[in-house]
Design a protein around this ligand. Structure first.
Ligand code: MTE
Ligand code: CO
Length: 435
């Protein structure tokens, strides 16, 4: 069931940041880490004799830090292990690379800005917004150049959307590979964007009748270009400048990026500087090999832009083992679809023999992540955990074998097969494949 040659991702070191070590009196409890947490939970049932309740801790005896300490707030030093991580052997250098959202540590549906995975082809461009321009040219009546201030004078909208790289779960096509939900499913984030409908800008320029494609270009050194059919561009695409209420982060495309709801991440051009309207896609010239899905017979699928329904259990999972032993256990995960909402997720704890409908909690928004829970009482026996998303279109997330039967094994992109975690009696979880 498990392959010993598979990559083992070492557990995140639970250490505090340097700012915290100033406070030397904290160090003792920091070093104890996860073991303390587990022990405290075990004692909770009895309570008696617990020094953490009987003795007054240092943080109650002395004042904490003042309001000027962190003009821009940072997470508690005890959360220092909750960070984006990369897999060094996946790519040759960090400027053309990828890191992963720590989805195993998060809850709810919103990804905090500092934890959104990054994918750049030429590093993250650092752009002065005052010097930045967005041009619309090509098959339009009136080519236009917008400053950032110009963009902010169009009517704005707010939408929560997930962005999933087409390569998310790509290493898992031939079998269980990476040991952690962060690495198997972490090329995804879900934030609230504030921006202007692309349609407003295109209407302002006046798209000619033969304008069938919109080709966005980035201002980064990779000058990323993609091709988007005019119907999608006129439908729900946004030119966004805010995420979760604040300016886009540099690595997410500051000062402005394209949002292409439900479609694969590579089309969401960051550091957006130009939109050329054309009558044929740029794919004809340069994109025939990249971002296409290879089929078993060597043919490829083209224009597979929508992200199909998918889900993953984020906890328990290899980086989020069960530390508290048997008894009440919260199983939780994420589900999403590029074609609609997720009205239902099923969870199995026995590898698919029995399925139970999970409890959805939080907003159910179009083309956004959904949060699900299954609250069980764990008897301490091994678990084979899986989740299965249902899309509002009626589509149901396939098993990996169902996916391979249609798509073969030569793909990297668009792997939305059902994920399995094996959890042993100790609560340790690992990435496996069954059936
Ligand atoms: N836009 C530019 N200009 N340059 C890039 O390298 N990478 C693309 C897309 N937009 C990229 C880009 C890819 S492949 C993905 S998956 C998403 O950005 C990642 O967005 P993120 O870094 O906000 O997660
Ligand atoms: Co991508």
């Amino acid at each position: 069931m498990t392959d010993p040659n598979r990559l083992r991702v070492p557990a995140a070191p639970r250490s505090a940041d340097p700012a915290a070590s100033r406070r030397a009196f904290l160090t003792g409890s920091l070093a104890a880490g996860g073991a303390l947490v587990a022990a405290a939970a075990a004692r909770a049932s009895t309570g008696a004799g617990d020094p953490a309740i009987l003795e007054i801790p240092d943080w109650t005896r002395y004042n904490g830090f003042g309001v000027d300490e962190y003009p821009y707030g940072v997470p508690s030093p005890y959360e220092a292990h909750v960070v984006r991580r990369n897999v060094p052997w996946l790519t040759a250098e960090s400027v053309s690379s990828i890191n992963f959202t720590p989805i195993h540590e998060l809850d709810g549906i919103i990804t905090p800005n500092g934890l959104c995975f990054e994918r750049h082809h030429g590093g993250a461009a650092e752009i002065d917004p005052a010097q930045h321009r967005l041009m619309i040219n090509g098959l339009v009546d009136k080519p236009l150049v917008f400053t950032m201030d110009d963009l902010k004078r169009f009517p704005r909208e707010n939408h929560v959307y997930f962005l999933e790289c087409a390569a998310n779960t790509g290493m898992e096509w031939r079998g269980a590979q990476l040991n952690g939900a962060q690495y198997t499913h972490g090329m995804i984030h879900n934030v609230m964007y504030t921006g202007v409908k692309l349609k407003h800008l295109l209407d302002e320029a006046g798209v000619k009748t033969n304008g069938k494609w919109v080709m966005p270009e980035g201002a980064d050194s990779a000058a990323m270009t993609r091709s988007i059919p005019i119907e999608k561009a006129m439908d729900d695409c946004l030119v966004a400048f805010k995420m979760n209420g604040e300016a886009l982060r540099t690595e997410q495309g500051y000062p402005v990026r394209l949002v292409v709801p439900g479609w694969e991440g590579n089309m969401w051009v960051k550091w957006l500087r130009r939109l050329e309207v054309g009558d044929e896609p740029w794919h004809h010239r340069e994109e025939t090999s990249k971002y296409t899905d290879m089929l078993a017979d060597g043919r490829s699928r083209r224009f597979t832009w929508e992200m199909d329904a998918k889900s993953v259990i984020t906890s328990p999972s290899p980086q989020a083992p069960i530390l508290h032993g048997k008894g009440p256990l919260v199983i939780t995960g994420l589900a999403w679809s590029g074609r609609g909402t997720i009205p239902r997720v099923d969870v199995t704890i026995d590898g698919g023999k029995n399925w139970t409908e999970a409890r959805m909690s939080g907003p159910s928004l179009d083309k956004s992540m959904h949060r699900f829970y299954l609250d069980i009482v764990w008897d301490g026996s091994p678990l084979l955990l899986q989740s299965r998303a249902h899309c509002s279109t009626g589509y149901v997330q396939p098993t990996k074998s169902e996916l391979r039967a249609v798509r073969g094994e030569n793909s990297i992109y668009h792997n939305n097969g059902i994920q399995t975690w094996y959890v042993n009696e100790q609560g340790v979880a690992e990435n496996v494949e069954i059936s």
